[in-house]
Design a protein around this ligand. Structure first.
Ligand SMILES: *[C@@H]1O[C@H](CO)[C@@H](O)[C@H](O)[C@H]1NC(C)=O
Ligand SMILES: *[C@@H]1O[C@H](CO)[C@@H](O)[C@H](O)[C@H]1NC(C)=O
Ligand SMILES: *[C@@H]1O[C@H](CO)[C@@H](O)[C@H](O)[C@H]1NC(C)=O
Ligand SMILES: *[C@@H]1O[C@H](CO)[C@@H](O)[C@H](O)[C@H]1NC(C)=O
Length: 629
């Protein structure tokens, strides 16, 4: 067996696992839908028919005839298919800076070789060093040396991850909950658990990774975590509700709805092209091949600088680098100009010339955040930006969905669920078997494209009604397909509810768990320990004080609540400020003791019964798990 081929294949698998969060449904198997996705995301430039061909070959050779391909089979098939391995090799050798190291992983207990990209490590270290430079809790770790393994050793105590999460999505973690002093293995582990549960609450995919992996500093997992967290922060403001100026990116005759449905990555591309058009130069299609020559970047920087005209410090962009013949030297000259605008971040000249799309996306996103260079869109009439804002519920659902590692990533609930595929993946997460042979996969034919999507939605609704026994009165596949808000939310909520109580059913005797059972558990647990915070239901106003939550946490994990932090006062008349203070602390504490809570502090303060139920259910699951041990 040719060793190079083996290495390539391993690299490829790891690449799939690590960078793309593959084995999308986390089943240990690759379904053909996943393969489609993998090829697409890995940018292997294979036309659709070739992908189908490969999949068919795989399925024909599916050794145990279960119509699913396990990774072992996948690799085995790979080795036999020489032509295919060549394709991969070509795409792999284009990449440089790959480091390998030995080690065990969950992917294969036989000791798999992992690879990670050195340039990512360098970029993230520099970014973290800068972001946390002034944070007094990180002084024992910073600045990290980008040239050695200090990122992987520094991640151990969990502080860096918690802090970066808090920067990406402010207020996600109540900093009082982070252990910063006299750290022991246990308190470091608590921090990592807090980081993982908080990361999932902001939509990072944390399947297949636990505190142990991070404590061991496994490079591919550490880099994967940081990239997800950094990306959430970089892309957070690239939406119209956060920056009205984006309305300028409407193309002639385009509806706002369409612009709103674009992903942050697509909007960024639009943004770059908007400036390139203003500069009268060619537009780009991607952040890989098309930016390698630095041309687009020079013009983009120049446009941004022109927009700065009226600010008191004018920056002049020197465009002479455009005539430099050596692309790497040209990229360096370009980055020197970027530095004048304080946005030399994430990429080295080599990352530009090699067209590293991940790091170039980060470079551009950061540039957008610092200098959007867009005028206020006051001249566009009839647009109510408040209407565009995502509701808290939509955001929580979206984060929950993304944290499960569905593909593609969901940016906009109603658009991204309308072909049924994400919903069908969610069914698998809640133990409802999906017959993927009945599902239509992209690329859809141009003619009858919507019909294919509608069929998926019909199937999704039927599964909900017939197998999951959801209440879907008056909901049809067409409602999901049209992106009807009310109907989509109703279905997604029932999926999330089932997901939340599933862990309870696993622990209990399998009965279907009603709210009443959770409520009884809350009351019984509280009264057994002589707490006086029983609740009459998930709408009980006492919940707005978070006091029942603290009491439960105190029972499940004695000693974890620092009562001096909790505002008690008059239960019946607590101020809003005290309620918010408590809710923030309570949600972070729950995550720190291991409960994967998606609810937000506001859900407690406003006593949002759905999210309150999920929080108590998580605590119950956690409490029962501990009791069973
Ligand atoms: C990395 O280099 C720094 C010096 O710049 C050193 O203090 C640190 O111990 C090194 N870390 C590792 C993990 O090698
Ligand atoms: C975490 O978030 C809170 C609220 O936004 C803020 O007070 C705190 O300083 C943040 N910490 C960091 C490291 O940004
Ligand atoms: C980027 O876009 C150009 C066309 O502008 C295309 O030739 C190239 O293949 C694309 N690269 C990738 C990686 O998609
Ligand atoms: C829980 O306790 C409250 C207060 O004692 C009581 O009003 C309520 O009926 C109880 N609910 C359940 C489900 O036991």
């Amino acid at each position: 067996m040719n060793l190079i081929v083996v290495y390539d294949l391993l690299y490829m698998c790891v690449h799939f696992f690590v960078c793309l969060g593959p084995d999308i449904d986390n089943s240990g198997y690759v379904s053909d839908f996943e393969l489609h996705e993998l090829f697409r995301e890995a940018s292997f430039h294979l036309p659709g028919y070739q992908v189908r061909e490969i999949i068919e070959t795989f399925i024909a050779g599916d050794t145990n005839k279960d119509e699913k391909i396990s990774f072992e089979e996948f690799i085995y098939q790979e080795l036999k298919s020489k032509k295919f391995s060549e394709t991969f090799r070509k795409s792999i050798t284009r990449r440089d800076g790959i480091r390998s190291f030995g080690g065990l992983s969950r992917i294969s207990s036989e000791g798999t070789q992992h690879s990670y990209a050195d340039e990512e490590k360098v970029a993230f270290v520099r970014w973290i060093n800068k972001a946390l430079a002034k944070d007094t809790d990180c002084q024992h770790l910073l600045p990290m040396n980008p040239d050695n393994d200090s990122l992987f050793t520094s991640v151990r105590d969990g502080i860096l991850l918690c802090k970066m999460i808090n920067i990406s999505q402010p207020d996600t973690i109540d900093e009082r909950v982070i252990n910063t002093k006299k750290l022991t293995t246990f308190t470091m582990r608590d921090n990592l658990v807090l980081a993982l549960n908080s990361a999932s609450s902001i939509g990072c995919t944390v399947v297949n990774i636990d505190a142990q992996d991070l404590m061991a500093g496994k490079p591919h997992l550490v880099l994967g975590m940081f990239w997800q967290i950094i990306k959430v922060g970089l892309l957070a403001d690239i939406k119209i509700s956060k920056n009205e100026g984006l309305i300028n990116l409407l193309l002639h005759g385009e509806e706002l709805d369409h612009l709103m449905s674009l992903s942050p990555e697509e909007l960024l591309l639009r943004w770059v092209n908007y400036h390139l058009r203003n500069a009268g130069t060619e537009t780009i299609d991607n952040f890989s091949d098309d930016i390698k020559d630095s041309r687009a970047y020079f013009h983009l920087l120049n446009q941004i600088a022109i927009h700065q005209e009226y600010s008191f410090r004018r920056v002049h962009i020197d465009m002479s680098g455009l005539s430099e013949r050596n692309l790497e030297r040209r990229a360096e000259l370009m980055l020197q100009q970027a530095a004048k605008l304080e946005c030399r971040q994430f990429v080295s000249p080599l990352d530009v010339t090699s067209g590293n799309s991940k790091l170039n996306l980060a470079f551009v996103a950061n540039m957008f955040n610092m200098h959007p260079g867009l005028q206020h869109a006051g001249h566009i009439n009839g647009i109510d930006v408040a209407q565009i804002e995502e509701s808290k519920e939509e955001k929580t659902f979206r984060n929950w969905i993304n944290s499960l590692g569905v593909s593609p990533h969901v940016n906009y609930l109603y658009r991204d669920l309308c072909d049924g595929l994400v919903i069908l993946q969610l069914y698998e997460k809640v133990n409802v078997a999906v017959d993927w042979r009945r599902v239509n996969h992209p690329p859809y034919p141009i003619l009858g494209k919507n019909m294919k999507k509608l069929e998926n939605c019909n199937y999704a609704v039927r599964l909900g009604r017939e197998v999951a026994h959801f209440s879907l009165v008056g909901i049809g596949g067409e409602n999901i397909n049209e992106g009807s808000q009310m109907h989509t939310l109703a279905l997604v909520w029932q999926l999330m509810r089932r997901y939340t109580v599933m862990v309870l059913s696993d622990l209990g005797d399998g009965e279907r768990l009603g709210d009443q059972i959770i409520l009884n558990w809350v009351n019984t647990t509280l009264s057994q320990k002589r707490k006086d915070t029983q609740i009459s239901g998930f709408k009980d106003q006492l919940i707005s004080t978070s006091l029942p939550v603290f009491d439960l946490i105190d029972i499940i994990a004695p000693g974890s609540v620092r009562w001096e932090m909790v505002r008690k006062g008059d239960k019946k008349r607590m101020s809003d400020e005290d309620k918010h203070n408590n809710a923030k602390y309570a949600v972070s504490l729950a995550r720190k003791i291991g409960a994967r809570v998606y609810a937000l502090p506001d859900d407690l303060v406003e006593v949002n019964p759905k999210m309150v139920m999920t929080l108590f259910a998580c605590l119950m699951g956690h409490g029962m798990k501990k009791a069973n041990h």
